[in-house]
Design a protein around this ligand. Structure first.
Ligand code: URA
Length: 195
């Protein structure tokens, strides 16, 4: 398992399937525990992520970490975080359809390996792809939707919460719902860590 994961990661790190490989500093493969039962999916790397090679390390990422920690979750231990697109589009433009298409199989393979019980879609774009093209984050955030035996939940994107801080309490309720669902259905997930 570990060996296959490393093979996948190494292949992704060398990917040159679209033009984003010309401008990226780092491929942002993902971070966390590949044996986690909970997978978070974001949209794509921004400037900080591109420079550091890790998802959600800017201001939005710090907010995500604070909310995660408050419910006993941590990117170091009991979740995995990946983006739909692995390389930063220049000037943070939206990835082109052909860039998304060239990249999609990396996340599919990560999902196949991780085989999560719960998938959290951070923001509209991930929810559009993994839950439904009709998904409305403002109305449906925090709801669990079952697909093929996996529970999907859409949440506000942490960058959206930074832009609209009065959403913070409502957004945090979704983390509490997530924690409750983990306690209900996840058998291998230990909550709470000292670091
Ligand atoms: N936004 C995302 O969707 N992903 C990141 O990694 C950072 C910001």
């Amino acid at each position: 398992m570990e060996q296959n994961w490393n093979v996948l990661k190494n292949a992704c790190m060398d990917c040159r399937a679209c033009g984003l490989c010309e401008t990226r500093h780092n491929v942002v493969f993902g971070v966390g525990n590949p044996q986690a039962e909970v997978l978070f999916i974001g949209e794509g790397p921004g400037e900080n992520e591109d420079l550091q090679g890790e998802p959600f390390v800017g201001r939005a990422g710090k907010l995500l970490d604070v909310m995660l920690e408050a419910v006993g979750l941590s990117r170091k231990h009991n979740i995995y975080i990946a983006n739909m697109v692995k390389c930063r589009p220049p000037q943070n433009r939206d990835p082109l359809p052909e860039e998304q298409a060239a990249c999609a199989h990396w996340l599919s393979e990560q999902m196949r390996f991780i085989n999560p019980k719960i998938v959290v879609c951070l923001g509209r774009i991930a929810a559009f792809h993994f839950i439904s093209p009709d998904f409305k984050v403002t109305r449906q955030h925090g709801e669990f939707i079952e697909k093929d035996g996996v529970l999907y939940m859409g949440m506000f994107h942490p960058a959206a919460i930074l832009r609209n801080p009065n959403q913070k309490p409502v957004a945090f309720e979704d983390f509490v719902k997530l924690r409750d669902k983990i306690l209900e259905i996840c058998t291998r997930t230990t909550l709470n860590f000292d670091d």
